[in-house]
Design a protein around this ligand. Structure first.
Ligand SMILES: O=C(O)CCC(=O)C(=O)O
Ligand SMILES: [Fe+2]
Length: 306
């Protein structure tokens, strides 16, 4: 950037939107600027959620300045949700399914590496590049495994606000030192409830509020279960920091390999009408296109079957 030259920044929700604008405007005379030529460049590290939510807060869209996450704000934490024996059972089921799937597919695996962690999807896959539901071939199966059934039923019993049976599940393996960057689970990919079952070792999960930048750290113990709904699910981001240890109650705790199982419901309409626009992907060009494509597919199916 040259000194003494004026620059402006525009924030987009994703690089696809930024690319569309660049393609349409850059290097061309702009009638609104008396024909002056605009030169656009894109960068990927502006924290658009922060900028956008500051703007929304000024308009009173996001009102609350909370520094706590609890059941009132949609954060449910259930320690010892499963027993150590059940944890063993789950790890064994993961291993057995893996063997069966490998045999069925001539050794082809549905485990994928994302940064340093490994992920495997059931029911619906997730495309981390597009930040939305991925193609069916990337999922290990069209349903979530039957061996999770009793745990889902347990969640229904323990958390009365859980009302929908999940149809998407992701198993993740976190090697020591790995994590997941700050994100909110895509609003238009999934419904209003996200489950996290933590396996084998503990980890600190950070939640970040986009307006206040408050960080709330929750320690996720092995065998614990988290339900995220409402404000926690839609209005905060969450992350597991990329590091080899966590500071818990003033003590350094070395990390060990961790596993997790997350479950969600598929958002068929790909629409979201939440009160948290800064973290919502409802109005992005990419999601508008997804809605159009799904509608076209439904129409094509209808005309083929009528
Ligand atoms: O593994 C976890 O505990 C959380 C994973 C997560 O946030 C996600 O997959 O969206
Ligand atoms: Fe997440």
């Amino acid at each position: 950037m040259l000194h003494g030259k004026p620059y402006s920044f525009a924030a987009y929700r994703g690089s696809d939107d930024a690319d569309v604008v660049k393609e349409a405007l850059s290097g061309k005379p702009c009638p609104e600027l008396s024909g002056r030529v605009l030169f656009l460049e894109s960068i990927s590290h502006v924290d658009f959620a922060y900028i956008c939510d500051r703007h929304c807060a000024a308009q009173g869209v996001v009102g609350r300045d909370v520094a706590k996450l609890d059941e009132e704000t949609g954060f449910f934490y259930i320690p010892d949700f499963i027993s150590k024996e059940e944890q063993q059972e789950i790890m064994e089921n993961i291993r057995v399914d893996e063997e069966r799937e490998r045999l069925g597919r001539n050794g082809d695996s549905k485990w994928f590496r994302v940064q340093v962690r490994y992920v495997k999807h059931y029911g619906h896959s997730f495309d981390y590049h597009r930040k939305h539901i991925g193609t069916p071939d990337l999922a290990a199966s069209t349903e979530i495994p039957q061996w999770m059934d009793k745990f889902v039923k347990r969640a229904f019993e323990l958390v009365p606000t859980v009302t929908k049976y999940p149809d998407q599940m992701t198993i993740q393996q976190y090697p020591v030192g790995s994590g997941i960057p700050f994100h909110t689970d895509s609003h238009t990919s999934f419904g209003d409830t996200v489950f996290i079952l933590s396996l084998l070792t503990p980890v600190a999960m950070d939640f970040r509020h986009p307006t206040t930048r408050t960080i709330v750290t929750k320690d996720l113990e092995p065998c614990s279960f988290v339900v995220m709904q409402g404000e926690t699910r839609y209005g905060w981001e969450h992350a597991i920091r990329i590091r080899r240890s966590d500071l818990i109650n003033g003590e350094v705790r070395e990390r060990q390999e961790r596993w997790s199982i997350t479950m969600r419901t598929f958002n068929e309409a790909a629409e979201c009408h939440c009160r948290y626009p800064a973290l919502c992907d409802n109005d992005t060009e990419a999601v508008k296109k997804i809605r159009e494509d799904r509608l076209a597919a439904r129409r094509a199916l209808k005309s083929a079957t009528s």
